[in-house]
Design a protein around this ligand. Structure first.
Ligand SMILES: C[S@@+](CC[C@H](N)C(=O)[O-])C[C@H]1O[C@@H](n2cnc3c(N)ncnc32)[C@H](O)[C@@H]1O
Length: 463
């Protein structure tokens, strides 16, 4: 059903809350399920209403309907929500289904976040962290992001907030005209400085200017229950691609921020790069992917390197792909020995390739495999390593740090329970053995009584 009409919303949408557990350890973060975010009046019946964050009237595209499926009052598919105050004067426009907008609010993404980093109380400003880089021209690639100080492995170099978040289904369903009109309106509802930054972004994919900005600069992410969306992050958009990047970005569902993290130490003057393609793709696949999606011929160091070093890298990436899938399959199948071995090998291979993911994430995985294997000491050891690494990481989204603390408490509880069960088992076995002994004694004595004290194998056999 094509969506054709742009109109101001009437409060009609029934809906359910799709609140997603960001982390399995954090099941109780959300205490209420907010209503679909189409109408302010509907918030009143809720006991703990979330802040109504939208600064502009909500506008929706309705499904057009057809003879087979006539349009119903609640056929609203996608609405435009703008919070021009999000992140200070940054602002956000979101085009998505009403229940996903509700989910975004429930996950406290739009809360004011002037500080972060627990006791360190860092001031939250999108852009370079502690003056980590500057944006300037790079040879053959337009603007790029260049380090102005040393950035150490695992450090966050950049923070960014989205200017636009768009449901992929909306982009596919809506006809070009209403789609562009709604997106342009979303952009026009952002603060002037953010609009300027968006309209100054690279448009290398060509065509309609808004389509080109989105085509060149957006990243894929999921909102709600794994619903695909595109995010436009003005600062992140200046980072160029490299097949062997020295950084990567992490998206946080809870805060909607992205954080750019160094894969390895980055020296002052070095360009900060990320991979637009999946690291585990082959060189040919990557180049095709970049050409199809960004319309450029990759000229990064790996694409220019001699055949031998490329082949070595290709082999490692193929190994990474295999190991990743083995890790998932082995964990699902409960083959924890294999999962553990695979996780450790994966760590070695990614280190050799210079693209080690956050150590804390690896420790988290290894710790939980040990817990599944009931290796409590090892689970605590890796859990503590994870906790220390998350503390140092200093993310805007502290859910992993909280989960790491929670994990250690959980391991202690599981250990005590395991100990209690073992003691109970030992106690039961001892009782059973004692019972068997006393039965044996009883039979032995009665046998002696019957045989008048004469023992024989034949008599024993009778029993
Ligand atoms: C997200 S933008 C990156 C920032 C962009 N250079 C700018 O000036 O804003 C993506 C565009 O940058 C250029 N680009 C990024 N990485 C490149 C690379 N490795 N080689 C050549 N061009 C690249 C391409 O034009 C691509 O479509």
């Amino acid at each position: 059903v094509a969506a054709t009409q742009v109109r101001t919303i009437e409060p009609t949408v029934p809906g359910t809350c799709l609140v997603q557990a960001i982390n399995p350890f954090l099941r109780t973060v959300y205490h209420h399920c907010p209503p679909p975010q189409t109408d302010i009046k509907r918030i009143r019946p809720y006991r703990n209403p979330p802040r109504y964050p939208w600064t502009h009237p909500v506008r929706c595209l309705k499904a057009a309907g057809s003879e087979d499926t006539p349009r119903k009052a609640y056929d609203i598919r996608y609405c435009l929500y703008s919070d021009a105050t999000m992140g200070g004067l940054h602002g956000l426009s979101l085009i998505t289904a009403p229940e996903i907008a509700a989910d975004v609010i429930s996950a406290d993404a739009l809360e004011d976040r002037p500080y972060y980093g627990g006791s360190r109380q860092r001031v939250f400003v999108p852009g370079p962290v502690d003056g980590a880089y500057t944006v300037k021209p790079t040879p053959g690639k337009g603007l790029g992001v260049v380090a102005t100080r040393k950035i150490v492995q695992g450090e966050i170099a950049m923070l960014d907030l989205p200017a636009l978040l768009l449901s992929k289904a909306f982009l596919e369903d809506a006809a070009p005209l209403p789609r562009r009109r709604l997106i342009r309106r979303g952009l026009s509802q952002l603060p002037a400085a953010t609009q300027e930054r968006v309209y100054a972004l690279s448009t290398s994919t060509g065509g309609d200017v808004v389509d080109a900005i989105l085509g060149t600069n957006t990243i894929s992410l999921t909102l709600g229950m794994n619903q695909m969306h595109l995010g436009l992050y003005p600062e992140l958009s200046r980072i160029n691609h490299a097949c062997n990047p020295n950084a990567y970005y992490r998206f946080s569902h809870r805060t909607l921020t992205v954080e750019v993290v160094a894969y390895r130490d980055i020296q002052p003057g070095e360009e900060i790069t990320i991979s637009y393609a999946q690291l585990t793709q082959s060189r040919t696949e990557r180049r095709l992917f970049l050409q199809n999606n960004w319309h450029f011929n990759c000229s990064c160091s790996l694409c220019r390197a001699d055949v031998d070093s490329v082949t070595l890298s290709e082999d490692r990436r193929r190994d990474m792909r295999k190991l990743q899938s083995t890790l998932v399959q082995a964990s699902r199948a409960g083959d924890y020995d294999l999962a553990l071995l695979t996780a450790e090998t994966l760590q070695d291979v990614t280190e050799a390739e210079g693209v080690t993911p956050l150590r804390a994430e690896m420790y988290d995985i290894i710790a939980s495999i040990h817990l599944d294997m009931r290796n409590f000491n090892q689970a605590v050891r890796y859990g503590q390593l994870a906790l220390e690494a998350w503390e140092k990481f200093d993310s805007v989204d502290d859910s992993q740090l909280v989960a790491a603390r929670w994990f250690l408490a959980f391991v202690e509880q599981a250990r005590q329970q395991d100990q209690a069960e073992r003691q109970q088992r030992e106690h039961d076995e001892a009782e059973e053995a004692a019972m068997e002994d006393s039965l044996e004694d009883f039979f032995y004595l009665s046998r002696r009584r019957r045989t008048g004290g004469r023992e024989s194998n034949a008599a024993e056999l009778e029993w």
